[in-house]
Design a protein around this ligand. Sequence first.
Ligand code: HEC
Length: 140
Amino acid sequence: MNRIALTLALMVVALAVRAEQSATDARQALFEQVEDGAEMLEKMINRRNMAESAEQAKELFLKVETLKTLFPEDSRGEGRSREKVWDNWTDFSSRLTALETAYQDAYQAASDSNFGLAKSAFEAADSSCRSCHMKYRSLW
Ligand code: HEC
């Protein structure tokens, strides 16, 4: 292999490695934001500030929507994601969709100033975290 070809080949490898790392880093960072954001949303709902809650719920469903794009096949097994994420992609992605839908429901309810529905949508979202982690997130 001549030097230019070798340099190009190394660049391609370096880019591929970086792309992999960034999907994993990005989903971890986004999950952290969802955790913080969900705590904030709970407080806003309990204060019955529906305008604030609607804004916050919207941010959350947009984040979860982005999360769905951050599990490319070439990041299989990286971070704390188990291989099962990719083996059972239909189940895994439908759980993310359920979380997204729950935040959309919270957004809609808060926009309609419906405290009770906003609260129950928040609780539906909150109860999805643990069961998904049990199945798809490794312990370390
Ligand atoms: C569809 C499954 C699923 C749902 C639903 C889900 N998570 Fe996760 N979560 C994961 C997986 C998988 C990881 C590991 C990501 C990685 O490292 O590759 C993770 C990682 C995280 C992390 C990063 C922490 C760490 O140590 O890696 C936090 C924080 C987190 N989730 C919070 C939440 C919260 C809060 C909710 C609910 C509002 C939630 N998750 C809902 C699957 C899910």
